[in-house]
Ligand binder design. Sequence first.
Ligand SMILES: [Zn+2]
Length: 305
Amino acid sequence: MPSFEGPLLVGIDIGGTKIAVLVCDESRRVLARGEAPAPVADGGSAVADAAARLVHQLTSGRTVRAAGVGAAGVIDHESGSIRAASATFTDWVGFPLASELADRLGCVVTVENDVNAFLLGEASPHEQDVLGVMLGTGVGGAVLMDGELRRGPHGAAGEIGHTPGYGDLLCTCGQTGHLETLASGTSIALRYTARTGRTVAGSREVAALADAGDADALAVFRDAGRALGTACASAAALLDISDAIVGGGVARAWHLLQPGIDDALRTDAPVTGIPLRIRPATHGADAVALGAIASARALALVPVA
Ligand SMILES: [Zn+2]
């Protein structure tokens, strides 16, 4: 870690397979980063232990002023516990992640949904009203309005991946026609197989085929881009939002999504006439941890009564 004497801020990104940690100074300059496997099948305590161990390694026992977590699932923002999560996480629902990590790290801890944290990490100071979309295994969404996250009364605002109207394919949630059925990495691979009969390992392989000129692969990405653009246009019309930031593994193939996004913006641009900018994320794998640090920093700046 570079020499630095001030208090440290820590961002922790807890995903289904790995935990990523960033250590920053108070101006969010990155001082150290690391990764460890996420033992999500072993329960909440095991995940908290693994995260704390990684933080201790990276900070070498230095004082941490505040830590922020971006975690998959619906978060009870008041208590910092997990309200709902995918079945891959054992004993995660109801786990008091914020207080358990606060005990282990000896500092205040804030917990945010991972897509919310992604958007906090990616949005520039000029992007105060912005939609965030993560195209990964599934499709997640988040909304920033007047510079503040819109979480909703149940912590579930922004779930754009499970909005309907995109065809009749079965979604992972059990309903049909959701955005996720066309635009997630999983769906891109499934759609390619449905068109060609050829099994692929994932959306990255479909992207490689598209780059080699495979017409079916290009069409699958174009369909994903068009669905994504339509969803962003709907959100823009509803919320008077003129920026959308798209991240996740699928967004790395932005040049393949762009033609479909352009199609959607040509035919379905918001009737307000306000231009809608849809751009790829720029912070890569750091975005969730950076956003978690932003929320931890905001918490740490609030004087304790
Ligand atoms: Zn769904």
